[in-house]
Ligand binder design. Structure first.
Ligand code: 5AD
Length: 329
């Protein structure tokens, strides 16, 4: 039974889709063993202490049309906002005051926000002394180089699905371009984060296994797996939620394969299942993101849904304690 897990510890480059299928659907004793081995790998890699990030959702303007996201251009039902540089710096100060050392600036894909970043990133990096992590979509190569020059340390750009046809039908974009951007980001000097969504329409188990093989090829610094959350005013509003179990199994598999990688236990796990983020930590994750977006703006940032779970510092520290772990000093 456990032979399927043993393959994960051997060369990741030899791994195949059929090797991964029984692990993606693992339940009962096999799943417990998978999680246990993921925790062992995390400990041996010196990655047990949980990294906290403070996210500021800078803007919900987006030029994309992803079927799962309510910030898509076609959605006229939500009000649009962009925080001011002053607001962002104030919030970054709060992140620093709470002892968190990573300011995570997230927003819809909109080149219009780049002027704002030029103002805030150097201040957050140099004056506040925080690490700067960006997640603001696709840009030309030169723009990524500029972000790095302003002081950005790392960048998250999820590939969402490794199936080029599915990627195109759901986002309207090209997977090839997305992966090219990731390469540009890394070449510019930033650490890269990526990952998938579990439970997209027409996504097979084989496709999810291919996502993991893509992660193994990319060897990112951060990788995430997140269950799909149906979101009102989107084409996928009536599509069922993604599977928490498959997401947790993906986290554990990624931990065993990528060892030192930072893996978040995403808030979407918590919105589907109470204590879902502790479950993510128990499956091998080691990052939690605390939300610092002002309340009235947060309600407009419909990345998941109107009822998304908003992670407070208290919730994060409690989830970490329940997993028997500590916050990284
Ligand atoms: N369900 C799951 N993940 C989502 N994301 C956005 N909307 C959803 C949703 N409805 C994820 C995407 C994106 C990241 C910022 O959030 O993977 O890249």
């Amino acid at each position: 039974m456990m032979t399927s897990i043993r393959k994960l510890h051997e060369a990741a480059s030899d791994l195949t889709v059929p090797d991964l299928l029984p692990l993606l659907t693992a339940e009962g004793a096999l799943q417990e063993e998978l999680f246990k081995q993921a925790r062992t790998v995390r400990r041996e890699a010196g990655q047990d202490d949980v990294v906290l990030r403070g996210v500021i959702e800078i803007s919900n303007y987006c030029q994309k049309g992803c079927d799962y996201c309510a910030m898509r251009t076609a959605n006229k039902e939500i009000g649009r906002y962009m925080l001011s540089a002053e607001d962002i710096l104030l919030l970054a100060g709060k992140i620093k005051d709470s002892g968190i050392r990573i300011a995570f600036l997230q927003g819809g894909q909109n080149p219009g926000s780049d002027r704002l970043l030029e103002q805030v990133v150097p201040v957050i990096k140099n004056d506040l002394g925080l690490n700067v992590l960006l997640c603001i979509g696709e840009r030309p190569k030169e723009t990524y180089e500029r972000f790095f020059g302003w002081g950005a340390d790392s960048y998250i750009l999820k590939y969402e699905t490794s199936d080029p046809d599915l990627y195109h039908s759901i986002t309207g974009g090209r997977l090839e371009r997305r992966l090219q951007c990731l390469e540009w980001i890394r070449d510019a000097g930033m650490k890269i984060g990526t990952g998938n969504i579990v439970g997209l329409p027409g996504q097979s188990l084989e496709s999810l296994a291919n996502d993991i093989l893509l992660d193994a090829r990319l060897t990112p610094d951060f990788v995430s797996s997140s269950p799909f959350i149906p979101n009102s005013n989107t084409p996928l509003q009536d599509h069922p939620k993604g599977s928490v179990e498959i997401t947790l199994n993906t986290i554990a598999i990624l931990r065993i394969l990528l060892k030192k990688c930072l893996i978040p236990s995403v808030s979407a796990l918590e919105s589907i299942r109470s204590d879902g983020q502790t479950a993510g930590l128990n499956a091998g994750a080691n990052v939690l993101t605390v939300n610092f977006t002002p309340r009235e703006k947060r309600d407009l940032y419909r990345i998941y849904s109107a009822s998304r779970f908003v992670v407070s510092l208290d919730h994060a520290t409690n989830s970490i304690a329940r997993a028997g772990l500590r916050v990284r000093a």
